[in-house]
Design a protein around this ligand. Structure first.
Ligand code: AP5
Ligand code: MG
Length: 220
């Protein structure tokens, strides 16, 4: 691998497994997992003004405005900050404006690879319907793979519950916005020669192996 601390972006539609796989990839490479959705949910659970503002957009399935999102990321990415080294970005960028702003913020040390985790629309509905998430640490579960006891998080002991934006209506809207706002980013990164498509269908372990394989191939 060229860099010991890879700088990766994971794209993919809602329910594709970005959160699940980014957590594993970040652990595997010993880098930060950065999910803007997790940041917003944590702030909302703490009841901060910022979190509650973001939650209004999230619960309706709308995107949080670019200026808010970019501000949050920019703070984390200043040299010497928590994201000064390697990272796996999950759920950011998701508009062309955000992608360009990310380039600007990290201009001295660009991305290594952008992975488009591909899962068809029919499959993500089932995954989202069964998803449960820890309110405290945001660890992702599924009704078919629950925590060991009583919907209490195995990692932190927090309450594991359904996300407020996993309603049928909000999911439809999120998927619509994905096609409109996020798919153009795929072309943007393809033109930069950074994009690789990975099949996200199959067992979680199998998908993880595919991801590590492309990282090894592409980052060497
Ligand atoms: P965010 O939290 O990023 O949600 P999302 O994009 O809607 O994506 P999801 O978290 O729904 O899916 P995922 O791909 O992470 O799947 P997961 O691993 O959980 O954003 C939420 C909201 O915040 C946005 O709608 C927006 O309002 C706001 N926001 C965030 N970032 C923003 C930004 N940059 N700009 C503007 N607004 C922003 O997996 C899903 C389920 O499937 C789980 O139950 C999991 O256990 C299961 N699963 C995973 N892998 C497999 C597998 N291989 N086989 C079977 N099941 C699997
Ligand atoms: Mg997620």
């Amino acid at each position: 691998m060229g860099s010991s601390d890879p700088r990766l972006v994971l794209l993919g539609r809602q329910g594709a497994g970005k959160g699940t796989q980014s957590t594993r990839l970040a652990e595997h490479y010993g880098v930060m997992h950065v999910s803007t959705g997790d940041m917003f949910r944590t702030q909302a659970a703490q009841g901060t003004a910022f979190g509650l503002e973001a939650k209004r957009y999230m619960d309706a399935g709308e995107l949080v405005p670019d200026e808010i999102v970019v501000g949050v990321i920019e703070e984390s990415m200043v040299p010497g900050g928590p994201l000064g080294g390697g990272f796996v970005l999950d759920g950011f960028p998701r508009t062309l404006h955000q992608a360009r702003e990310l380039d600007r913020v990290i201009s001295g040390d660009p991305l290594d690879l952008v992975i488009d985790l591909d899962v068809p629309r029919e499959i993500v509905f089932d995954r989202i319907a069964g998803r449960r998430v820890c309110e405290s640490c945001q660890r992702v579960y599924h009704v078919n793979l629950p925590p060991e006891k009583d919907w209490t998080c195995d990692t932190c002991g927090g309450d594991v519950r359904q996300r407020d934006d996993d309603t049928e209506e909000a999911v439809e809207r999120r998927l619509e916005l994905y096609e409109r706002e996020t798919v153009p980013i795929v072309q943007y990164y393809r033109a930069l020669g950074l994009l690789i498509l990975v099949d996200g269908v199959g067992e979680g372990d199998e998908v993880f192996e595919r991801l590590v394989k492309v990282c090894v191939e592409q980052l060497s």
